[in-house]
Design a protein around this ligand. Structure first.
Ligand code: ADP
Ligand code: MG
Length: 396
Protein backbone atom coordinates (compact mmCIF):
# COMPACT_ATOMS: atom_id res chain seq x y z
CA UNK A 1 0.00 0.00 0.00
CA UNK A 2 1.04 3.58 -0.58
CA UNK A 3 0.03 6.94 0.84
CA UNK A 4 -2.00 9.36 -1.24
CA UNK A 5 -2.70 13.09 -1.22
CA UNK A 6 -5.48 12.37 1.29
CA UNK A 7 -2.79 11.45 3.83
CA UNK A 8 -0.66 14.45 2.93
CA UNK A 9 -3.51 16.91 3.15
CA UNK A 10 -4.67 15.69 6.55
CA UNK A 11 -4.50 18.41 9.27
CA UNK A 12 -1.65 16.68 11.04
CA UNK A 13 0.78 17.80 8.35
CA UNK A 14 -0.48 21.34 7.79
CA UNK A 15 0.54 22.00 4.21
CA UNK A 16 0.19 25.77 4.16
CA UNK A 17 3.43 27.42 3.05
CA UNK A 18 5.33 24.11 2.91
CA UNK A 19 7.38 23.25 -0.20
CA UNK A 20 6.24 19.98 -1.81
CA UNK A 21 8.33 18.32 -4.54
CA UNK A 22 6.02 16.74 -7.13
CA UNK A 23 7.39 14.47 -9.89
CA UNK A 24 5.26 14.81 -13.00
CA UNK A 25 5.62 13.58 -16.57
CA UNK A 26 5.96 16.75 -18.66
CA UNK A 27 7.79 15.01 -21.49
CA UNK A 28 5.29 16.25 -24.08
CA UNK A 29 5.70 16.10 -27.86
CA UNK A 30 6.74 19.45 -29.37
CA UNK A 31 5.98 20.33 -32.98
CA UNK A 32 7.34 23.60 -34.42
CA UNK A 33 7.84 25.02 -30.94
CA UNK A 34 4.32 24.19 -29.76
CA UNK A 35 3.07 21.40 -27.49
CA UNK A 36 1.27 19.15 -30.00
CA UNK A 37 -0.40 16.86 -27.45
CA UNK A 38 -1.16 18.17 -23.94
CA UNK A 39 -2.50 14.89 -22.49
CA UNK A 40 0.38 14.72 -19.98
CA UNK A 41 -0.10 18.32 -18.87
CA UNK A 42 -3.78 17.59 -18.28
CA UNK A 43 -3.06 14.54 -16.19
CA UNK A 44 -0.61 16.53 -14.06
CA UNK A 45 -3.22 19.18 -13.36
CA UNK A 46 -5.39 17.63 -10.59
CA UNK A 47 -2.47 16.93 -8.25
CA UNK A 48 -0.81 20.29 -8.78
CA UNK A 49 -4.07 22.22 -8.34
CA UNK A 50 -5.08 20.27 -5.24
CA UNK A 51 -1.75 20.85 -3.49
CA UNK A 52 -1.66 24.53 -4.45
CA UNK A 53 -5.24 24.99 -3.27
CA UNK A 54 -4.14 23.65 0.12
CA UNK A 55 -1.50 26.35 0.31
CA UNK A 56 1.56 24.30 -0.54
CA UNK A 57 4.46 25.77 -2.49
CA UNK A 58 4.28 23.28 -5.33
CA UNK A 59 7.67 22.47 -6.92
CA UNK A 60 7.33 20.42 -10.08
CA UNK A 61 10.13 18.01 -10.97
CA UNK A 62 10.24 16.55 -14.47
CA UNK A 63 12.55 15.54 -17.27
CA UNK A 64 12.35 16.56 -20.89
CA UNK A 65 14.14 14.71 -23.69
CA UNK A 66 17.65 13.39 -23.27
CA UNK A 67 20.13 16.15 -22.39
CA UNK A 68 22.35 13.41 -20.87
CA UNK A 69 23.39 15.20 -17.70
CA UNK A 70 24.28 18.51 -19.36
CA UNK A 71 22.65 21.91 -19.47
CA UNK A 72 21.30 22.12 -23.02
CA UNK A 73 18.91 24.96 -23.93
CA UNK A 74 17.22 22.68 -26.48
CA UNK A 75 15.76 20.72 -23.57
CA UNK A 76 14.72 23.50 -21.21
CA UNK A 77 11.37 23.02 -19.44
CA UNK A 78 10.69 26.80 -19.53
CA UNK A 79 8.25 26.75 -22.50
CA UNK A 80 6.53 23.67 -21.11
CA UNK A 81 6.01 25.43 -17.77
CA UNK A 82 4.29 28.17 -19.75
CA UNK A 83 2.11 25.65 -21.62
CA UNK A 84 1.22 24.02 -18.30
CA UNK A 85 0.10 27.42 -17.00
CA UNK A 86 -2.13 27.87 -20.05
CA UNK A 87 -3.69 24.43 -19.64
CA UNK A 88 -4.27 25.06 -15.92
CA UNK A 89 -5.54 28.59 -16.39
CA UNK A 90 -3.27 29.85 -13.60
CA UNK A 91 0.23 31.20 -13.23
CA UNK A 92 2.98 28.58 -13.30
CA UNK A 93 6.45 29.86 -12.46
CA UNK A 94 9.83 28.51 -13.47
CA UNK A 95 13.15 28.20 -11.63
CA UNK A 96 16.27 27.57 -13.71
CA UNK A 97 18.57 27.01 -10.73
CA UNK A 98 16.49 26.28 -7.66
CA UNK A 99 17.94 26.77 -4.18
CA UNK A 100 16.38 26.99 -0.73
CA UNK A 101 16.50 30.80 -0.77
CA UNK A 102 14.55 31.05 -4.07
CA UNK A 103 11.97 28.67 -2.62
CA UNK A 104 11.65 30.56 0.69
CA UNK A 105 10.39 33.63 -1.16
CA UNK A 106 7.72 31.74 -3.19
CA UNK A 107 4.09 32.41 -2.32
CA UNK A 108 2.05 29.70 -0.58
CA UNK A 109 -0.31 28.23 -3.21
CA UNK A 110 2.15 28.86 -6.05
CA UNK A 111 3.17 26.31 -8.67
CA UNK A 112 6.76 26.40 -9.93
CA UNK A 113 8.42 24.10 -12.45
CA UNK A 114 12.08 23.35 -11.71
CA UNK A 115 14.46 22.99 -14.66
CA UNK A 116 14.90 19.63 -16.44
CA UNK A 117 16.02 17.03 -13.89
CA UNK A 118 18.19 15.40 -16.57
CA UNK A 119 20.43 18.47 -16.70
CA UNK A 120 22.02 16.93 -13.57
CA UNK A 121 24.47 14.11 -14.30
CA UNK A 122 23.34 12.37 -11.08
CA UNK A 123 19.64 12.11 -12.01
CA UNK A 124 19.71 8.93 -14.07
CA UNK A 125 22.38 7.41 -11.79
CA UNK A 126 20.13 7.85 -8.76
CA UNK A 127 23.11 9.61 -7.18
CA UNK A 128 22.76 9.96 -3.37
CA UNK A 129 24.45 13.39 -3.28
CA UNK A 130 22.02 14.83 -5.83
CA UNK A 131 19.13 13.12 -4.03
CA UNK A 132 20.11 14.90 -0.80
CA UNK A 133 20.50 18.21 -2.59
CA UNK A 134 17.04 18.05 -4.22
CA UNK A 135 15.41 16.64 -1.08
CA UNK A 136 16.65 19.69 0.84
CA UNK A 137 14.39 21.88 -1.34
CA UNK A 138 11.14 20.33 -0.11
CA UNK A 139 9.40 18.94 2.96
CA UNK A 140 7.42 16.24 1.13
CA UNK A 141 7.71 14.20 -2.06
CA UNK A 142 4.78 13.32 -4.32
CA UNK A 143 5.26 10.98 -7.28
CA UNK A 144 2.58 11.48 -9.93
CA UNK A 145 4.49 10.09 -12.91
CA UNK A 146 3.64 6.41 -13.35
CA UNK A 147 5.09 6.53 -16.86
CA UNK A 148 8.56 7.19 -15.38
CA UNK A 149 8.20 4.72 -12.50
CA UNK A 150 10.04 1.90 -14.31
CA UNK A 151 13.22 3.93 -13.87
CA UNK A 152 15.14 4.27 -10.59
CA UNK A 153 16.26 7.89 -10.92
CA UNK A 154 16.65 10.57 -8.26
CA UNK A 155 13.31 12.21 -9.03
CA UNK A 156 11.40 8.96 -9.64
CA UNK A 157 12.79 6.80 -6.84
CA UNK A 158 15.62 8.21 -4.73
CA UNK A 159 13.65 11.08 -3.20
CA UNK A 160 11.04 8.67 -1.80
CA UNK A 161 13.68 7.37 0.61
CA UNK A 162 14.61 10.79 2.02
CA UNK A 163 11.23 12.54 2.28
CA UNK A 164 7.75 11.44 3.37
CA UNK A 165 6.45 10.07 0.04
CA UNK A 166 2.95 10.06 -1.46
CA UNK A 167 1.28 9.03 -4.71
CA UNK A 168 -0.28 11.87 -6.70
CA UNK A 169 -3.80 11.58 -8.10
CA UNK A 170 -2.76 10.36 -11.57
CA UNK A 171 -0.38 7.80 -10.05
CA UNK A 172 -3.08 6.70 -7.60
CA UNK A 173 -5.66 6.22 -10.39
CA UNK A 174 -3.20 4.27 -12.51
CA UNK A 175 -2.12 1.98 -9.66
CA UNK A 176 -5.71 1.29 -8.63
CA UNK A 177 -6.73 0.48 -12.21
CA UNK A 178 -3.76 -1.81 -12.73
CA UNK A 179 -4.37 -3.53 -9.40
CA UNK A 180 -8.00 -4.17 -10.40
CA UNK A 181 -6.91 -5.57 -13.77
CA UNK A 182 -4.07 -7.89 -12.83
CA UNK A 183 -3.23 -7.58 -9.14
CA UNK A 184 -6.46 -8.81 -7.59
CA UNK A 185 -8.85 -9.00 -10.54
CA UNK A 186 -12.31 -10.46 -10.61
CA UNK A 187 -12.27 -13.68 -12.61
CA UNK A 188 -12.68 -14.75 -15.35
CA UNK A 189 -9.92 -12.51 -16.69
CA UNK A 190 -9.17 -12.13 -20.39
CA UNK A 191 -6.02 -10.63 -21.87
CA UNK A 192 -5.76 -9.45 -25.44
CA UNK A 193 -2.18 -9.37 -26.67
CA UNK A 194 -1.63 -8.17 -30.20
CA UNK A 195 0.84 -6.08 -32.12
CA UNK A 196 3.61 -6.87 -34.49
CA UNK A 197 6.04 -9.27 -32.88
CA UNK A 198 6.21 -11.99 -30.24
CA UNK A 199 9.84 -11.05 -29.54
CA UNK A 200 8.86 -7.64 -28.10
CA UNK A 201 6.25 -9.18 -25.78
CA UNK A 202 7.71 -12.50 -24.69
CA UNK A 203 7.79 -11.52 -21.03
CA UNK A 204 4.24 -10.18 -21.24
CA UNK A 205 2.93 -13.45 -22.70
CA UNK A 206 4.87 -15.57 -20.23
CA UNK A 207 3.58 -13.60 -17.26
CA UNK A 208 -0.03 -13.51 -18.47
CA UNK A 209 -0.46 -17.25 -18.98
CA UNK A 210 -0.08 -17.69 -15.24
CA UNK A 211 -2.49 -14.89 -14.45
CA UNK A 212 -5.45 -14.92 -16.82
CA UNK A 213 -8.17 -17.38 -17.77
CA UNK A 214 -8.26 -16.44 -21.46
CA UNK A 215 -5.30 -15.30 -23.54
CA UNK A 216 -6.42 -13.83 -26.84
CA UNK A 217 -3.55 -13.55 -29.31
CA UNK A 218 -3.94 -11.42 -32.42
CA UNK A 219 -1.89 -9.20 -34.68
CA UNK A 220 1.35 -10.23 -36.30
CA UNK A 221 2.32 -12.25 -33.25
CA UNK A 222 -0.60 -14.64 -33.80
CA UNK A 223 1.14 -15.68 -37.03
CA UNK A 224 4.17 -16.87 -35.07
CA UNK A 225 1.92 -19.04 -32.88
CA UNK A 226 -0.02 -20.38 -35.89
CA UNK A 227 3.23 -21.22 -37.69
CA UNK A 228 4.55 -22.94 -34.56
CA UNK A 229 1.48 -25.15 -34.70
CA UNK A 230 2.25 -26.08 -38.29
CA UNK A 231 0.03 -23.60 -40.11
CA UNK A 232 1.46 -22.18 -43.34
CA UNK A 233 1.14 -18.41 -42.94
CA UNK A 234 2.46 -17.53 -46.42
CA UNK A 235 4.44 -14.32 -46.43
CA UNK A 236 2.85 -12.97 -43.25
CA UNK A 237 4.97 -11.16 -40.69
CA UNK A 238 6.16 -14.15 -38.65
CA UNK A 239 9.10 -14.98 -36.38
CA UNK A 240 9.74 -18.55 -37.47
CA UNK A 241 12.81 -18.78 -35.22
CA UNK A 242 10.53 -18.38 -32.19
CA UNK A 243 8.49 -21.53 -32.89
CA UNK A 244 9.89 -23.36 -29.84
CA UNK A 245 9.28 -20.35 -27.62
CA UNK A 246 5.72 -20.03 -28.87
CA UNK A 247 5.08 -23.71 -28.23
CA UNK A 248 6.56 -23.42 -24.73
CA UNK A 249 4.15 -20.56 -23.99
CA UNK A 250 1.24 -22.67 -25.27
CA UNK A 251 2.35 -25.57 -23.05
CA UNK A 252 2.67 -23.30 -20.02
CA UNK A 253 -0.81 -21.95 -20.69
CA UNK A 254 -2.15 -25.48 -20.83
CA UNK A 255 -0.61 -26.32 -17.46
CA UNK A 256 -2.00 -23.13 -15.93
CA UNK A 257 -5.52 -23.75 -17.27
CA UNK A 258 -5.29 -20.64 -19.40
CA UNK A 259 -7.25 -20.98 -22.64
CA UNK A 260 -5.32 -19.53 -25.57
CA UNK A 261 -7.42 -18.15 -28.42
CA UNK A 262 -5.81 -18.03 -31.84
CA UNK A 263 -7.81 -16.90 -34.88
CA UNK A 264 -9.26 -19.57 -37.17
CA UNK A 265 -10.21 -17.13 -39.89
CA UNK A 266 -8.07 -14.24 -41.05
CA UNK A 267 -8.06 -11.40 -43.56
CA UNK A 268 -5.30 -11.77 -46.14
CA UNK A 269 -3.82 -9.55 -48.85
CA UNK A 270 -0.93 -9.74 -51.29
CA UNK A 271 0.42 -6.32 -50.31
CA UNK A 272 0.56 -4.05 -47.29
CA UNK A 273 -1.40 -0.79 -47.51
CA UNK A 274 -4.74 0.95 -47.18
CA UNK A 275 -7.68 -0.48 -49.13
CA UNK A 276 -5.62 -3.04 -51.05
CA UNK A 277 -7.56 -6.04 -52.43
CA UNK A 278 -8.16 -8.54 -49.60
CA UNK A 279 -10.39 -11.42 -48.56
CA UNK A 280 -11.20 -13.59 -45.56
CA UNK A 281 -9.74 -17.08 -45.43
CA UNK A 282 -9.53 -20.00 -43.06
CA UNK A 283 -6.05 -20.03 -41.46
CA UNK A 284 -5.34 -23.27 -43.31
CA UNK A 285 -6.00 -21.63 -46.67
CA UNK A 286 -3.45 -18.82 -46.71
CA UNK A 287 -1.66 -18.83 -50.09
CA UNK A 288 2.12 -18.66 -50.35
CA UNK A 289 2.02 -15.08 -51.71
CA UNK A 290 -0.51 -13.77 -49.17
CA UNK A 291 -0.09 -12.21 -45.75
CA UNK A 292 -2.39 -12.14 -42.76
CA UNK A 293 -3.21 -8.52 -41.87
CA UNK A 294 -6.22 -8.92 -39.57
CA UNK A 295 -8.21 -11.61 -37.83
CA UNK A 296 -11.50 -12.63 -39.42
CA UNK A 297 -15.13 -11.87 -38.59
CA UNK A 298 -15.89 -15.34 -37.19
CA UNK A 299 -12.91 -15.13 -34.87
CA UNK A 300 -14.04 -11.71 -33.66
CA UNK A 301 -17.53 -13.04 -32.98
CA UNK A 302 -16.12 -15.93 -30.94
CA UNK A 303 -13.87 -13.54 -29.01
CA UNK A 304 -16.80 -11.22 -28.29
CA UNK A 305 -18.59 -14.21 -26.77
CA UNK A 306 -15.53 -14.89 -24.61
CA UNK A 307 -15.50 -11.29 -23.36
CA UNK A 308 -19.18 -11.57 -22.46
CA UNK A 309 -18.29 -14.32 -19.97
CA UNK A 310 -15.44 -12.32 -18.41
CA UNK A 311 -15.31 -9.80 -15.56
CA UNK A 312 -11.91 -8.29 -16.33
CA UNK A 313 -10.01 -7.45 -19.50
CA UNK A 314 -6.48 -6.24 -20.01
CA UNK A 315 -5.51 -5.27 -23.55
CA UNK A 316 -2.20 -4.51 -25.19
CA UNK A 317 -1.64 -4.53 -28.92
CA UNK A 318 -3.97 -4.22 -31.93
CA UNK A 319 -5.42 -7.36 -33.56
CA UNK A 320 -4.42 -6.29 -37.07
CA UNK A 321 -2.56 -3.69 -39.09
CA UNK A 322 -5.13 -1.15 -37.92
CA UNK A 323 -3.39 1.85 -39.53
CA UNK A 324 -4.54 0.53 -42.92
CA UNK A 325 -8.30 0.08 -43.34
CA UNK A 326 -9.99 -2.35 -43.59
CA UNK A 327 -7.38 -4.12 -41.43
CA UNK A 328 -8.67 -2.10 -38.47
CA UNK A 329 -11.98 -4.00 -38.56
CA UNK A 330 -11.34 -6.68 -35.92
CA UNK A 331 -9.63 -4.29 -33.49
CA UNK A 332 -12.46 -1.78 -33.79
CA UNK A 333 -15.18 -4.43 -33.44
CA UNK A 334 -13.69 -6.14 -30.38
CA UNK A 335 -12.87 -2.78 -28.78
CA UNK A 336 -16.50 -1.72 -29.21
CA UNK A 337 -17.71 -4.95 -27.61
CA UNK A 338 -15.37 -4.37 -24.65
CA UNK A 339 -16.55 -0.77 -24.37
CA UNK A 340 -20.22 -1.81 -24.42
CA UNK A 341 -19.66 -4.47 -21.74
CA UNK A 342 -17.81 -1.90 -19.63
CA UNK A 343 -20.67 0.59 -19.98
CA UNK A 344 -23.13 -2.15 -19.00
CA UNK A 345 -21.03 -2.75 -15.88
CA UNK A 346 -20.11 -6.41 -16.45
CA UNK A 347 -16.48 -5.81 -17.41
CA UNK A 348 -13.52 -3.92 -15.95
CA UNK A 349 -11.39 -3.01 -18.97
CA UNK A 350 -7.82 -1.72 -18.84
CA UNK A 351 -5.71 -1.04 -21.91
CA UNK A 352 -2.30 0.42 -22.65
CA UNK A 353 0.44 0.72 -25.26
CA UNK A 354 1.19 3.46 -27.79
CA UNK A 355 -0.53 1.84 -30.77
CA UNK A 356 -3.28 0.37 -28.60
CA UNK A 357 -4.25 3.83 -27.32
CA UNK A 358 -4.22 5.10 -30.92
CA UNK A 359 -6.41 2.17 -32.01
CA UNK A 360 -8.92 2.72 -29.19
CA UNK A 361 -9.11 6.42 -30.05
CA UNK A 362 -9.60 5.46 -33.70
CA UNK A 363 -12.48 3.16 -32.61
CA UNK A 364 -13.90 6.04 -30.56
CA UNK A 365 -14.05 4.01 -27.35
CA UNK A 366 -11.05 5.11 -25.26
CA UNK A 367 -13.34 7.00 -22.87
CA UNK A 368 -15.56 3.94 -22.40
CA UNK A 369 -12.77 1.71 -21.13
CA UNK A 370 -12.39 1.63 -17.34
CA UNK A 371 -8.82 2.86 -17.71
CA UNK A 372 -6.49 3.57 -20.61
CA UNK A 373 -2.82 3.91 -19.70
CA UNK A 374 -0.63 6.22 -21.73
CA UNK A 375 2.44 5.11 -19.81
CA UNK A 376 4.14 3.09 -22.59
CA UNK A 377 7.25 1.37 -21.22
CA UNK A 378 6.08 1.41 -17.60
CA UNK A 379 2.73 -0.15 -18.61
CA UNK A 380 4.47 -2.95 -20.49
CA UNK A 381 6.86 -3.66 -17.61
CA UNK A 382 3.88 -3.85 -15.31
CA UNK A 383 2.21 -6.30 -17.75
CA UNK A 384 5.40 -8.35 -17.53
CA UNK A 385 4.82 -8.65 -13.78
CA UNK A 386 7.87 -6.54 -12.93
CA UNK A 387 8.04 -4.47 -9.78
CA UNK A 388 8.50 -0.84 -10.85
CA UNK A 389 11.14 0.87 -8.66
CA UNK A 390 9.22 4.14 -8.46
CA UNK A 391 6.13 2.32 -7.23
CA UNK A 392 8.06 0.09 -4.85
CA UNK A 393 9.70 3.14 -3.24
CA UNK A 394 6.26 4.64 -2.57
CA UNK A 395 5.16 1.43 -0.88
CA UNK A 396 8.24 1.18 1.33
P1 ADP B 1 1.53 -1.24 -28.76
O1 ADP B 1 2.26 0.02 -29.20
O2 ADP B 1 0.11 -0.95 -28.43
O3 ADP B 1 2.26 -1.97 -27.67
P2 ADP B 1 2.72 -2.80 -30.88
O4 ADP B 1 3.70 -1.70 -31.14
O5 ADP B 1 3.21 -4.04 -30.28
O6 ADP B 1 1.48 -2.23 -30.03
O7 ADP B 1 2.05 -3.24 -32.25
C1 ADP B 1 1.39 -2.37 -33.12
C2 ADP B 1 1.77 -2.67 -34.56
O8 ADP B 1 1.48 -4.00 -34.93
C3 ADP B 1 0.98 -1.79 -35.51
O9 ADP B 1 1.86 -0.98 -36.23
C4 ADP B 1 0.27 -2.79 -36.44
O10 ADP B 1 0.24 -2.38 -37.78
C5 ADP B 1 1.14 -4.03 -36.29
N1 ADP B 1 0.39 -5.23 -36.68
C6 ADP B 1 -0.71 -5.73 -36.11
N2 ADP B 1 -1.12 -6.83 -36.77
C7 ADP B 1 -0.27 -7.03 -37.78
C8 ADP B 1 -0.16 -8.02 -38.81
N3 ADP B 1 -1.04 -9.01 -38.92
N4 ADP B 1 0.87 -7.90 -39.68
C9 ADP B 1 1.75 -6.90 -39.58
N5 ADP B 1 1.72 -5.95 -38.63
C10 ADP B 1 0.71 -6.01 -37.74
MG1 MG C 1 3.92 0.30 -30.57
Amino acid sequence: MFKTLDDLISDRHGLAGKPVLVREDLNVPIHEGQVSDDTRLRSAMPTLAELADHGAKVLVLAHFGRPNGKVDPEFTLRPIAEALGEVMGRHVGFLASPDRHAIDVLEPGSITVLENSRYYPGEEKNDPVLTKQIASLGDFYVNDAFSAAHRAHVTTEGLAHLLPAFAGRAMEAELKALEAALGKPEHPVAAVVGGAKVSTKLDVLTHLVGKVDHLIIGGGMANTFLAARGVDVGKSLCEHDLADTANAILDAADKANCIVHLPYDVVVAKEFGANVPCHTANVHEVAADEMILDIGASAVEALSDVLKTCRTLVWNGPLGAFEYPPFDTATVALARTAAALTREGTLVSVAGGGDTVAALNHAGVADDFSFVSTAGGAFLEWMEGKVLPGVKALEA
